[in-house]
Design a protein around this ligand. Structure first.
Ligand code: ADP
Ligand code: MG
Length: 388
């Protein structure tokens, strides 16, 4: 049995007695469709096997009592007096509680133990996994009668407001709605979604962690959003039907934005191309053409690096290296950029060799040993059915 489930059960018993149940909520990857959520386009996330496990049970008083196995730390607070705490991880549980309270739900006291194996701060959304596990657990425990989409939106609000991170909806959505061997094409404008089978038998998905985070990330992210908005505002005067880059075409950008600032032109063109690329990549999946899918991952990287300009030397290095390895069919930076992970699609027999070589040369060049995480696509948030 999964050791993390065992831990979540065992530590609960040690501290609080018998849990009512355990919830599992996974981390997520995004196969393609980067910097697209705020441009109203399509993304293609999937839940992974790395996950957060939360064992949970009711209390008879009005306290929340928490224990983190990974941080080996206790935290307790009264339901009526919740505020942000110095105990960083506890904030992710509290964020959900406060958001539910603000939405008008009356909560009772509960105990919870948190255990997980999603690499933290690496772009796999461990924070969303904690939030989704907690909201799913509370919904079940306290019979709140929330549907899945309500839980997704409340978990996102928890991260946006209490934590103060302006993430889009993709992270919580993918953690909650993932399915084994399926990626989700999510329309970030309408929130309509569609599953596509992803079972590349001879290939493995592998993340390489640059282990760098350049401080540019936040300011550049905001600037990209502003540039895209400026492009849309300009196009909208000529084409009233364009209210986001989702509605724009490469031809519109070519004819109307050329001559404006290079940044606005390049950034808008990348976004329009990427929105189209996600749709074409889904056709590759229907055709089970993983080589063609992989090529699009490289194209996305080129666009992010040269046009959207959110990559960095470490990410470019790993993707270029991947492009030269005979067994890699696709690679790109994943996430906001300026650090974090690359995502690679690679023939299974080449995985060990690729990790060894990439690690060695990355270490030589940057003095850092990268992280390597093979991932498989797994189910979204659910109750753990196993004995614990
Ligand atoms: P990420 O990119 O992984 O979402 P964030 O900085 O947004 O990174 O969130 C990471 C935070 O989520 C951690 O600092 C911690 O507070 C919380 N967290 C993640 N995994 C766990 C865990 N297993 N146990 C307790 N808290 C966790
Ligand atoms: Mg996060």
């Amino acid at each position: 049995m999964n050791l993390l489930i065992q831990d979540a059960g065992r530590y609960y018993r040690e501290h609080f007695g018998e849990p009512d149940f355990i919830v599992r909520s996974p981390g997520r990857i995004n196969l393609i469709g980067e910097h697209i959520d705020y441009n109203g386009g399509f993304v293609l996330p999937a839940a992974i096997d790395n996950a957060v496990y939360v064992s949970i049970g009711k209390r008879t008083d009005t306290k929340i009592a928490l224990y983190s196995v990974d941080y080996q730390e206790h935290f307790e607070i009264e339901l009526t007096a919740i505020q942000k705490t110095q105990v960083h991880w506890a904030n992710y549980v509290l964020s959900v509680v406060v958001t539910l309270q603000e939405a008008g739900y009356r909560l009772g006291g509960f105990n919870a133990v948190v255990r997980g194996d999603i690499p933290i701060g690496s772009g796999l959304s461990s924070s969303a996994a904690v939030e989704c596990a907690v909201i799913f657990g509370l919904n079940q425990l306290l019979a709140l009668d929330l549907d899945t989409m309500q839980m997704v939106k409340l978990a996102q609000r928890a991260e946006n407001e209490f934590i103060g991170v302006k993430c889009g909806i993709m992270d919580q959505f993918a953690s909650m709605l993932g399915k084994q061997d399926q990626v989700i094409q999510l329309d970030c404008r309408s929130l309509a979604y569609q599953y596509f089978h992803f079972q590349p038998n001879e290939y493995q998905l592998l993340l390489l962690n640059t282990k760098v985070k350049h401080s540019l990330a936040d300011s550049e992210y905001n600037q990209r959003r502003l540039d895209c908005e400026a492009g849309v505002a300009h196009l909208n005067r000529i084409f009233p039907e364009v209210s986001s880059l989702r509605d724009a075409t490469a031809e519109m950008i070519e004819s109307e934005l050329k001559g404006l600032s290079d940044d606005v032109y390049d950034h808008c063109l990348y976004a329009v191309q990427e929105i189209k690329r996600v749709q074409e990549a889904c056709i590759d999946l229907v055709n089970e053409d993983y080589v063609s899918f992989g090529k699009k991952m490289f194209e996305t990287h080129k666009g992010l690096s040269e046009m959207y300009r959110v990559s960095c030397p470490e990410l470019d290095f790993l993707v270029t290296f991947a492009g030269k390895h005979k067994d890699v069919v696709g690679a790109r930076m994943m996430g906001g950029g300026f650090g974090g992970c690359t995502i690679n699609l690679i023939k299974k027999e080449g995985v060990t060799d690729f990790i060894d070589r990439a690690s060695e040369t990355y270490l030589e060049t940057f003095g850092i040993l990268p992280g390597a995480y093979p991932v498989t696509i797994s189910a979204g948030t659910s109750l753990v059915q196993a004995q614990f």
